[in-house]
Design a protein around this ligand. Structure first.
Ligand SMILES: [Zn+2]
Length: 92
């Protein structure tokens, strides 16, 4: 018996691309991944400012994965070190 095929929509466990649980959220990405994407966008914008005639904005897939992972870890560490329960206003 395939239980998942008969489970109501609310029982389906939503997982972010990073593996974090998204249960109870109406989004496709967790807070950290939203911030990672914003950092990646800023990264590209800075390089384009310095190299406006670059032919593309490509990084290798391996470098992209490692960069995203490093940014994710840095964001989590920064939040752990700098955000208290009192200052945490975004959804957790
Ligand atoms: Zn995520």
């Amino acid at each position: 018996m395939n239980r998942s095929s008969t489970a109501p929509e609310s029982d389906k466990r939503k997982i972010c691309r990073c593996g974090r649980d998204l249960s109870g959220r109406g989004r496709e990405l967790c807070d950290v991944c939203v911030m990672v994407d914003e950092v990646m966008d800023s990264f590209g914008e800075v390089l384009v400012q310095h190299f406006p005639h670059a032919c593309s904005g490509d990084l290798s897939p391996d470098r992209t994965i490692r960069l995203v992972h490093a940014i994710d870890e840095a964001i989590v560490e920064w939040i752990d070190n700098n955000v208290t329960e009192e200052t945490h206003e975004s959804a957790s």
